[in-house]
Design a protein around this ligand. Structure first.
Ligand code: NAP
Length: 547
C-alpha cells in the first residue's frame, strides 16, 4: 500500500513505534521538531505487539516497567497485576499513544527498507516498502533490542503439513491446541512461558530442549488497591531509586528495598540462604541483586546456582527429568526465566521433555519431526528459538553513512558504538536500546536516551551546528571500556546472546554495557562537555571541535 506521509521533509524520522519510538516522537514534538515514525506492525507496542503468544508476560514489576516521564500518567494508570500479561501492556502502549496524541505521526504497516546519508544535503534519505521517500535531518532507530526473530531453519520444515507458529510473530486469532499433539522448540523465556500455557491444553506436548534455563517462580498476583495507592504515593522515590540503580528493577516483595551491599561470600551460610529464600519468595528478577558479586565472582555465583538447582529439583516428581532441567553454567549469564508452573508441567502425563543433547533434531517430515531415530507425529510446532539480539533489527535495514559505508558491514567487522547510541561515519543517526546500551530497564533507558538525543539536538541548535557524529577516539574508548567491563564479568563464561553466541558466525563480543546505569550516565555526561565525545559541524563545514 502506498501512502502519503505528513511531509516528505522532516526534522526527524523514527523507525519503530514501540515504547522507545513512542517516547521519541513525544520528545521530538516537545522540542518543536517535525517527526515521522514508521512502524511495520498495525499498532503501537513493539515487542508487546508482536509477542502475543499465550503466557506472554512481563517479569519486571509493572510499576517499574512503565514510563516515568509523566506524573499524571503514573497516577492515572492502574495495573491489574504485579506482572501484567501482554494484552494489558499492549493496552498501556495504546493508551499512551492516544493520551499524548502520538498516532498522527506514525505510518503503520510500513517497513523502512533503507536509510542513506546524503553528504551534500546533510540529510538522511529514508525509503519504505510503501513507497515513502522522505528526507530527514535526524534518523532514530527505535527498532528494539530483542525484536529480530531468528527464522526457523530445519531440514524438511517446508514439507511439514501441520500448523507452525513463531512466538514472536503470533497470530491475532488465537490458535487452539486442545487435544492436539504439539511440539515447542526452545526453552528460553518465551518458550518457558508458552509451554506453561500450552501444557494446560494440548493432548500431548513435546518440549524440545537444548539448553535448560534457570527458572524461578514469578510470584504474580493481582495488585491490591491499597498497595496500588501506596506505590503511587511512593513513585517519586521509586523512580529515584531505579535511576540510581544498576539495572532499573529494584523492588523486593513489591516494596522499596535497599541495593545490595555485600558479597555472597562475606556472609554466613545461614544468612546467604535466608537471602536467597527471600528472593525466591519475592520472585521475578529479584535474585540478580541479592548480593553484589553474583555476576562477578564464580564462587559467589555458584552459591546462587546451587540454590536455584535445589529449587528446580524440589518441584519435579521424577529425579531424572529434574536433572535434565538443571542448568550447569553460571547462573544469570543467560537470562533468568521467571515462570508460573513451568516445571510442574513436566509432572503432567501429557508433557514429555526431549533432551536434544541426547537425541538431536534430525529433520521434519510431512507428519512431524524426527529426533534421534524417532519420528514424533505432530499437529503443530511452536518455535521459540530466539532473536538476533541488539544488532539484528538494524542489520535488516540498509543503513549507509558517509561514503556509502554500510552499517551492517561495519558491524560484521567488529561491533562499534559510542555510548550505545551512535557510531562515527553515520552523522545525525542515533539508536535507542541498541548495541552497547546498558543492561537496564528498557522503558526507562529509552526515556534517558531519547532525552539525551533531544538535548544534543537542542544544544546543536543553540551552537548553530547542523551535524553531529561520534568522535572516533571517544568511540574507541567507549568500546574498549564496554568490552573490558564485559570481560570482567561472568557473562563470557557461558554461550549466550549477550555475547552474540546464539547467531552462527556473529563475532563474539559484549553486546551490552554491563557497567550499570549510573556509570553509563557518567559516560554520557562527560561526552557532552565541550562536545568532547563528538565531532560537530555547521553548514557544509565538517569542523572537528573535539580532540
Ligand atoms: P532465547 O532466550 O534466545 O531462547 C531461544 C531458545 O531456543 C533457546 O532455548 C535455544 O537453545 C533454542 N534454540 C534456538 N535454536 C534452536 C535450534 N535450532 N534447535 C533447538 N533449540 C534451539 O529467546 P527467547 O526465549 O525468545 O527470549 C529472548 C529474550 O527476550 C529473553 O531472554 C528476555 O530478555 C526477553 N523475554 C522476556 C520475557 C519476559 O519479560 N517475561 C518473555 C520472553 C522473552 P540454546 O540456548 O541451546 O541455543
Amino acid at each position: 500500500m502506498r501512502h502519503d506521509t505528513e511531509t516528505s521533509e522532516v526534522d526527524m524520522v523514527v523507525v519503530g513505534a514501540g515504547f522507545a519510538g513512542l517516547y521519541m516522537i513525544h520528545r521530538a514534538r516537545q522540542s518543536g521538531l517535525t517527526v515521522q515514525c514508521f512502524e511495520v506492525g498495525e499498532q503501537v507496542g513493539g515487542t508487546w505487539y508482536w509477542n502475543r503468544y499465550p503466557g506472554a508476560r512481563v517479569d519486571i514489576e509493572c510499576v517499574e516497567y512503565s514510563y516515568s516521564f509523566s506524573k499524571e500518567l503514573e497516577q492515572e494508570w492502574d495495573w491489574s497485576e504485579r506482572y501484567a500479561g501482554q494484552p494489558e501492556i499492549e493496552r498501556y502502549a495504546n493508551h499512551v499513544a492516544d493520551r499524548f496524541d502520538l498516532r498522527r505521526n506514525i505510518a503503520f504497516n510500513t517497513r523502512v527498507n533503507a536509510a542513506h546519508y546524503d553528504q551534500s544535503s546533510q540529510r538522511w534519505r529514508v525509503t519504505t516498502d510503501s513507497g515513502d521517500n522522505i528526507s530527514s535531518r535526524f534518523c532514530i532507530m527505535a527498532t528494539g533490542l530483542i525484536s529480530a526473530p531468528i527464522e526457523p531453519r530445519f531440514k524438511g520444515l517446508d514439507t511439514f503439513q501441520g500448523e507452525q507458529y513463531l512466538t514472536s510473530r503470533w497470530p491475532s486469532d488465537e490458535p487452539s491446541f486442545e487435544h492436539k499433539r504439539v511440539a515447542v522448540i526452545g526453552t528460553g523465556s518465551s518458550g518457558i512461558q508458552v509451554i506453561s500455557e500450552v501444557a494446560k491444553k494440548a493432548g500431548e506436548l513435546f518440549v524440545l530442549q537444548r539448553t535448560p534455563a534457570y527458572t524461578i517462580p514469578l510470584q504474580n498476583r493481582p495488585v491490591e488497591s491499597g498497595h496500588a495507592s501506596k506505590m503511587k504515593r511512593q513513585y517519586e522515590e521509586l523512580r529515584q531509586r531505579q535511576f540510581n540503580s544498576f539495572s532499573g528493577f529494584t523492588l523486593v516483595h513489591s516494596d522499596l528495598a535497599p541495593p545490595p551491599s555485600k558479597s555472597a561470600l562475606e556472609v554466613s551460610d545461614a544468612e546467604r540462604r535466608a537471602e536467597y529464600e527471600n528472593r525466591w519468595a519475592s520472585g521475578g528478577l529479584s535474585p540478580y541483586y541479592a548480593f553484589t558479586d553474583s555476576l562477578l565472582n564464580i564462587e559467589s555465583n555458584r552459591t546462587l546456582a546451587d540454590f536455584a538447582r535445589e529449587k528446580i529439583r524440589e518441584r519435579l516428581d521424577d529425579p531424572a527429568i529434574a536433572e535434565k532441567l538443571c542448568p550447569n553454567y553460571p547462573i544469570l549469564t543467560r537470562r533468568l526465566s521467571p515462570e508460573t508452573n513451568y516445571l510442574e508441567a513436566f509432572n503432567q502425563p501429557n508433557v514429555e521433555l526431549i533432551d536434544l543433547h541426547e537425541q538431536p533434531i534430525s529433520h521434519f517430515t510431512t507428519n512431524g519431526i524426527v529426533v534421534g531415530d524417532t519420528e514424533i507425529e505432530l499437529d503443530a510446532v511452536i518455535f521459540a528459538t530466539g532473536f538476533d539480539v541488539m544488532t539484528g533489527a538494524m542489520d535488516r535495514i540498509d543503513i549507509r553513512g558517509l561514503e556509502g559505508e554500510a552499517l551492517k558491514t561495519r558491524w560484521a567487522e567488529g561491533l562499534s558504538s559510542h555510548l550505545g547510541m551512535m557510531t562515527h561515519g553515520f552523522p545525525n543517526l542515533f539508536w535507542i536500546n541498541g548495541p552497547h546500551s546498558p543492561f537496564y530497564n528498557p522503558i526507562l533507558l529509552a526515556e534517558f536516551q531519547c532525552d539525551y538525543i533531544t538535548d544534543l539536538i537542542t544544544d546543536m541548535s543553540d551552537d548553530g551546528l547542523d551535524v553531529l557524529e561520534a568522535n572516533p577516539t571517544a568511540e574507541r574508548e567507549y568500546v574498549q571500556l564496554t568490552n573490558d567491563i564485559g570481560n570482567s564479568t561472568l557473562y563470557p563464561e557461558s554461550d549466550n546472546y549477550y555475547m552474540g553466541d546464539n547467531i552462527p558466525g556473529k563475532a563474539r563480543a559484549t553486546l551490552f554495557w554491563f557497567g550499570g546505569f549510573p556509570f553509563y550516565r557518567k559516560q554520557c555526561r562527560l561526552a557532552r562537555e565541550e562536545w568532547s565525545g563528538f565531532q560537530v559541524a555547521s553548514g557544509s563545514r565538517r569542523t572537528e571541535l573535539a580532540s
